[in-house]
Design a protein around this ligand. Sequence first.
Ligand SMILES: NC(=O)c1ccc[n+]([C@@H]2O[C@H](COP(=O)([O-])OP(=O)(O)OC[C@H]3O[C@@H](n4cnc5c(N)ncnc54)[C@H](OP(=O)(O)O)[C@@H]3O)[C@@H](O)[C@H]2O)c1
Length: 306
Amino acid sequence: MVSEFVFCSFFLFLKFVILIYMSILILGGRGNLGSQLTKIFKADHETISLDKEDLDVLDFPLLSSMIQNTKPSLIINTVAYNAVDKCEDPVEYKLALKLNQELPGVLADLALETGATLIHYSSDYVFNGIPEKIEFSETDTPNPVNKYGQSKFFGEREIIKRGEIGLNYYLIRTSKLFGPKGESDNAKPSFFDIMLNLAQDNKEISVVNEELSCFTYTNDLAEATKRLWELEMESGIYHLINEGEATWADGVIELFRIKKINAFLKMVRSENLLRPARRPKYSVLKNTKLKKLRNWKLALREYLEK
Ligand SMILES: NC(=O)c1ccc[n+]([C@@H]2O[C@H](COP(=O)([O-])OP(=O)(O)OC[C@H]3O[C@@H](n4cnc5c(N)ncnc54)[C@H](OP(=O)(O)O)[C@@H]3O)[C@@H](O)[C@H]2O)c1
């Protein structure tokens, strides 16, 4: 009994030491999610975090030689084309396909070749959300309603295809990210920060009272990503979102309640905003595989306090 305990403890210690010495490559490391991942992984792993100013990931020969030389054990890709409306433009869509489809394919090949695990992020926008199908689990079949969702879905397929020939991967779908602005000068403020700024103008704020999905705190997502990898969970698709479904309007009502802001909100429907891209009306991701993340209202409160 005692020797079994000593053996297990030694094994756990050994695994911990091995994990510490595994090197990790984060791409998009100064973006919104990438900055949180960098902070969290750097705390106890050897981590190389790169962004556009260090390496243009679309320079595939350079990307390949960098990965072949550094041989990271884990590659985390947060680089993406995220401009949902601009993506409807055919020229922009070409760039979206390069970043959201071709790049994950190249990374999956490189990970296979070097024996690395690949972590890649996708979106609730791969689903078509209709009232009959509000919630989507990891095994549901994507059917995107806009070009951005399509490009993310094509990227998923590139990774899943390599998974069938031995790639160890975690394809993490998430939605409505919020958290501190990334370190990159181009990083976009999150929805809640935009709403706080608008509230300062004392003008009526129009907010969409639809598009039910889940808010996700980048800090919680980064922590959960690290846990997923450290626990050596089974390779495959994971849904990581803060628990509790919400529309954009639910989000701003909670935000103003916590911050005690009295602003006049005008509820609008998705169709009232003239935007080139359609959005799924319901795209709640259901996490059926992992310990659930805390409720989004608790995460929002912590973000605002920090
Ligand atoms: N944001 C959301 O609400 C949301 C929802 C669902 C899923 N996701 C997914 O979550 C992931 C992370 O999203 P995010 O919002 O954190 O993205 P983000 O802030 O836009 O970060 C992406 C980073 O990649 C960099 N990058 C872009 N093109 C590059 C290139 N050619 N070479 C090197 N780096 C390049 C960007 O640099 P620059 O800023 O200088 O361009 C940026 O720092 C993405 O896969 C996204 O699709 C996001």
